[in-house]
Design a protein around this ligand. Structure first.
Ligand SMILES: [Zn+2]
Ligand SMILES: [Zn+2]
Length: 182
């Protein structure tokens, strides 16, 4: 399948470009060595799907978030394969039913100071008896903590590890939150 690995190239990005558009796949041109016309991100994802490749990284195994910054694709564990992506989605769905918002809320309730994502994920693994690597515990816990943050229960207290595009596209490796005091 390597002959359909799609390359995404960057076009000129205007200074006033919307940051979310940039991350979302605008200003990119998609090329497949087989010569198929890929006018936009949707066409590229469809072609990745029909050639058994990951629809997030389009088979390359790494995700270019902004020009000059790439990271191994989390959706397929850097393999570029559609099968790995589907396995990850299944595992994430299982993590969603196993690790509920209530479990996380109960576990962090007694914490008075800031706590890190990795600490909460470790506690969840301990409490539920989940072996390391069986379920995507970290990503699930992170999504729950972000939802509690969006609901106003928590506030993120760490600074981003990386500013990728101004302050609107940033990267946190192991962020910390604390409870919002009433
Ligand atoms: Zn192709
Ligand atoms: Zn991928």
């Amino acid at each position: 399948m390597r002959e359909h690995t799609i390359t995404a190239l960057w076009e000129e990005i205007p200074d006033d470009a919307d940051d979310l558009d940039v991350v979302g796949g605008a200003f990119r041109v998609y090329l497949c060595p087989c010569g198929k016309q890929l006018p936009d991100r949707t066409a590229a994802e469809l072609h990745a799907m029909e050639t058994d490749q990951c629809t997030t990284c389009l088979g390359s195994g790494s995700e270019q978030i902004v020009p000059g910054y790439a990271q191994p694709c989390t959706a397929c564990a850097g393999s570029g394969r559609r099968r790995a992506q589907l396995q990850w989605q299944l595992a994430y769905a299982e993590a969603e039913t196993t690790i509920t918002v209530e479990i996380v809320r109960t576990l962090i309730a007694p914490l008075s100071g800031p706590f890190r994502l990795s600490e909460v994920a470790d506690t969840v693994r301990d409490v539920l008896g989940l072996p390391v690597g069986r379920l995507p515990v970290g990503p699930r816990v992170r999504d729950i903590l972000r939802s509690l943050e969006a609901a106003g229960e928590l506030v993120m207290v760490s600074a981003p590890d990386e500013l990728l595009r101004g302050t609107s596209v940033v990267l946190y490796r192991d962020p910390s939150w604390e409870h919002v005091r009433a």
